[in-house]
Design a protein around this ligand. Structure first.
Ligand code: DGT
Ligand code: CA
Ligand code: CA
Ligand code: ZN
Length: 576
């Protein structure tokens, strides 16, 4: 029997966590299984293999007990505790616990009181209006369950992988292939090269002195869980994280054609093809066919593909058919911002709220990341983090920030204040006036009408001591949609008041998203790209914020923190 894959192990541990939860186990035991499942799902190498060497315990959240369960699964195909609990709880009950809004306690209650033991039985009970008869459930809960069943029944598509997780695998894979003696050029293509929010699969393109040898070597990399048969055209792989990879090997004189084709996007390629047809050219992954002569031009570089079509080179981040072809034809493509343009960061946390490092450690990390300034913006009082920053404590914290000196870095005393449901802030104005920088964000009460949410955010924007709105939409990529609000009205208010809008660089957020960021910048709203770092390593995510800015067509001039702090300070309403 083949060793279980990381995905299979993670699923088994998640199931065990669910079973323990149904069984009423203490919460930290349940959480421990879920954390271990997550670490195993993200592990780049085979966890079965690690467990056999006694090394699975090197993964975060995996101890001896879980390592033994991995070995049970590998050796016997099952975890004894799961077998025992499955006998107690029908398998349909686990599917019920995963239904949004239900959860284990309530699912178990429906099982015990109504005998409902599957999603089908649950639907029947809802239709027959029996759920509302159970204590703690009313007609409203019944309607919520019905809606959740409808949503689940829509055939939820396979989850896409957030870009940072995909690049962790993709960049390691590309680096490993480049080290192989048969490799010549190796590049990522597809949505990963375009730096999209999330990725369905990785597309990798190579040229090689021995294509079959390179494809075989790819199949045998430690990152790879399984592979199809390697051939001279490449190979299809599945990595241990479950992410599929298409490796295509191509002749050097067609590298540009294939890289262009497989970088996409599909919409960009279709529009490019239409534009080419009007010039009598036919674009494909194999070359440019000239209808008049019947000749196919092969292009070794992408720049040549675009040049032969009468276009400037188009950066991969712009290839979404959002006007880039017209701009490339008339020479008006923007000069996109780069990571090196950033001079400072204006949003980070320390141990005073939910960060893991001190003011000084964060300052040193920012300096090491090449920044000239850093705003320390711990969460405000109403967020309920460990050491609550009441106004008094905030001012003591400000004094500590001002007393901290790190050579070459200007530290700014700030706060990330909450925008309360009515749009007011949770510090008084006389406190806010003592800060140099204020980020205001929505962290609670997401469920209100779009009308109310818009009014809430606009009121914060209109506050003269709010310098920037943090992660405007509240989305979590692939996990939580944005709350409803009217982006046009928010952007209009920001433009009118000179309030800045943040692109939060956390790869799970990237919020403002590219569409809103582009609209905001076009309306004249100053954009700030912030890491929202909670630990010293947290400045590494700037590349994702910059990628979103590039996908939004932004130049360095449109991004505030490409300027020295003195120039930024002069822009603030509080200083005018
Ligand atoms: P995803 O969904 O994150 O994998 O996104 P992509 O863009 O990587 O999409 P994928 O992997 O399906 O295909 C890679 C590229 O191949 C895509 O960006 C453009 C090209 N391509 C795929 N299907 C088509 C098509 O039907 N027409 C054209 N013109 N190009 C296509
Ligand atoms: Ca892809
Ligand atoms: Ca693909
Ligand atoms: Zn924050």
């Amino acid at each position: 029997m083949a060793d279980p894959t990381n995905t299979e192990i993670a699923a088994a541990l998640d199931e065990l966590g669910d079973l323990y939860e149904l069984d009423g186990a203490i919460v930290h035991r349940v959480v421990a299984y879920r954390n271990a499942a997550k670490a195993i799902r993200d592990a780049p190498v085979s966890v079965s293999g690690l467990a056999r060497q006694g090394r699975a315990t090197e993964l975060p959240g995996v101890g001896q007990t879980i390592q033994e369960k991995v070995l049970n699964l590998a050796d016997d195909g099952a975890i004894p505790a799961a077998v025992r609990l499955r006998a107690k709880f029908p398998s349909g009950l686990i599917a019920m616990t995963r239904l949004p809004g239900l959860g284990p306690k309530r699912a178990r209650k429906l099982f015990e009181e109504l005998g409902v033991d599957s999603l089908e039985a649950l639907r029947a009970a809802a239709v027959q209006e029996r759920i509302r008869t159970v204590r703690g459930f009313g007609p409203k809960a019944e309607a919520t369950i019905m809606a959740a069943l409808e949503a689940a029944g829509a055939g939820a598509p396979r989850e896409r992988v957030v870009l940072d997780r995909a690049l962790a695998v993709g960049e390691a894979l590309v680096a490993a292939l480049r080290r192989h003696p048969a490799a010549e050029r190796v590049e990522l293509a597809g949505s990963a090269r375009r730096m999209s929010d999330s990725v369905k699969d990785l597309d990798v393109i190579a040229t090689a002195s021995d294509p079959v040898a390179l494809a075989r070597a790819a199949s045998e990399l430690e990152l790879v869980e399984s592979a199809a048969t390697a051939g001279e055209a490449g190979v299809r792989l599945r990595t241990h994280t479950g992410l599929p990879v298409d490796l295509r090997v191509v002749a050097p004189d067609q590298f540009g054609n294939l890289l262009q084709h497989l970088t996409g996007s599909k919409q960009h390629n279709m529009a490019l093809r239409d534009a080419a047809v009007r010039k009598g050219l036919h674009v494909s992954e194999y070359g440019l066919l000239d209808d008049a002569t019947g000749q196919t031009h092969r292009c070794a570089t992408e720049a040549e593909v675009y040049r032969r079509l009468g276009l400037e080179y188009i950066e991969p981040e712009l290839r979404e058919n959002r006007g880039e072809l017209e701009a490339a034809a008339n020479g008006s493509l923007p000069e996109l911002i780069t990571l090196a343009d950033l001079r400072g960061d204006l949003h980070c946390h320390t141990t005073a709220s939910d960060g893991t490092a001190s003011i000084e450690e964060m300052a040193q990390a920012a300096r090491a990341a090449g920044y000239e300034y850093l705003a320390v913006t711990d969460h405000s009082a109403s967020f309920g983090f460990g050491d609550d920053l009441s106004a008094e404590r905030l001012l003591a914290h400000v004094a500590r920030i001002r007393a901290t000196r790190v050579g070459g870095l200007t530290l700014l005393a700030g706060s990330e204040v909450n925008i309360l449901p009515d749009g007011s802030l949770d510090y008084d104005d006389d406190v806010l006036a003592q800060l140099e920088w204020v980020v205001a964000s929505v962290h609670s009460s997401f469920r209100m009408s779009a009308e109310e949410m818009t009014a809430r955010i606009v009121r914060a924007i209109e506050h003269p001591l709010v310098d920037v709105i943090g992660h405007l939409s509240g989305r979590k990529i692939e996990r939580r949609p944005p709350y409803g609000f009217d982006a046009d009205r928010v952007i209009e208010a920001a433009a009118r008041t000179g309030t800045m809008l943040e692109i939060n660089s956390s790869p799970d957020r990237r919020d403002l998203g590219e569409v809103h960021a582009r609209a905001a910048a076009a309306a004249g709203v100053p954009i700030v790209i912030n890491c929202d770092a909670h630990r010293v390593g947290g400045f590494e995510v700037a590349r994702y914020g910059v990628a979103t800015a590039r996908r939004a067509w932004l130049t360095a001039a449109q991004v505030v923190n490409t300027k020295p702090w003195e120039e930024v300070a002069a822009m603030l309403t509080r200083n005018r």
